[in-house]
Design a binder for this molecule. Sequence first.
Ligand code: PLP
Length: 445
Amino acid sequence: MAFNDIRMDSQWLPFTPNRSFAKDPRIFVAADGMHFTTHDGRQVIDGISSLWCVGAGHNRKPINEAIKKQLDTLDYGTAFSASNDKAFRAADMIAGMAPGDLNKVLFCNSGSEAADTSMKVALAYHRARGEGHRNIFIGRERGYHGVGFGGMSVGGIPANRKVYGTSLLPRVDHLRFIHDPVNHAYIHNQEPVWSEDPLLELENRILPLHDASNIAAVIVEPVAGSAGWYIPPQGYLKRLREICDKHGILLIFDEVITGFGRMGTNFASDYYGVVPDMLNFAKCVTNGVIPLGGVICRQHIYDTMMGAHSNAPEHAVEFFHGYTYSGHPVACAAAIATLDLFQEENLFARAGQMGKVLGDAMHSALKGLPNVVSIRSLGCAAVVELSPIAGLPGKRAFDVFMHCFHRGVLVRNAGENLVFAPPYIVEKSHIDTMVNVLADAISAQ
Ligand SMILES: Cc1ncc(COP(=O)(O)O)c(C=O)c1O
């Protein structure tokens, strides 16, 4: 399709500078493996797994075939008071991959819905235990949990919050940001060691301020993804687990980005050896081809919710929550095929290996270039952070993103950061191209 055939009048693009896009549009018309084809016939390397989703690379036949077969068998069926075979199978597989007794999957369709679902479970769970007063949530500065009002409220990216004022949930506080720009500017496959304990603030200020007995849950991304791949200090998540346990607070890991192989393991929970009470997932579970998300809950949460209804009649619904498309059979068929493919091709281990290659390349090619202030790599993702242009936050990174796109590489600009999170099938030759193009773009600013 020629660009002149594409009408630009109707679509309002999400998280996109629409006015600038209209002048220089970036339109994909096909994808295969590591590459897109654009409307003007160019090849572009997908350096970001299309927003961290396409772990197995594009146009994977087993996934496509599973979807086609499912469409011809059971296209859709109501999710309420009935379900479908693929939803049960997908839930089994996902629960089987999750650590500890995280084994009850509540499906939804996106990471935003997963955030709000997990927050609602937390409130309902505490109420079921007779602690309905626990209704405060703790998120973290620069955290991202999607765009619903719950997720936005616990999220900590200022631009996402600033126009919503008192519509944000009132009973929310935030942990401090986990990056030390001076001592840990350059991090390659290691956990930064902090001389101070960033969680002392939680124990000494936040918990006493609200009284720990009022706090429902702490929600964090194990590695802060959307803000720009900020890596937690050594021991941070373990200590967070201990503090939550001590005070009866639920711990929610938002693994929408870190889940399904990005860290070289099933989940970041496995990487860090910490089991949360709920684990949110969405990206990568269907290789990006169809929306699917969910919350994996520990057994005690499910048991408590059911137990609270032990005296209620059996026709009574125990949790008034769900989406029309929860556990959609086509999405679940895609998930089953995706998870099988990940396993058959041992792609999570490959993600870990290729992540090291990516990190090596980023650190050696970019350190010392003009305006580079930080490089962070862990798992199959790496980020370079640039100093901002005075008065024009985000402009330098945006210009680098555009420069790279025009030279055939899709990188993600997030604030002052440029992020690579390639599909796990990435080869060294792709990495070399990605990093060289990025280096040229940074030098050209
Ligand atoms: C950690 C995390 N949570 C939630 C979301 C929101 O997911 P969605 O865009 O599917 O609603 C994202 C998206 O990037 C994310 O990274």
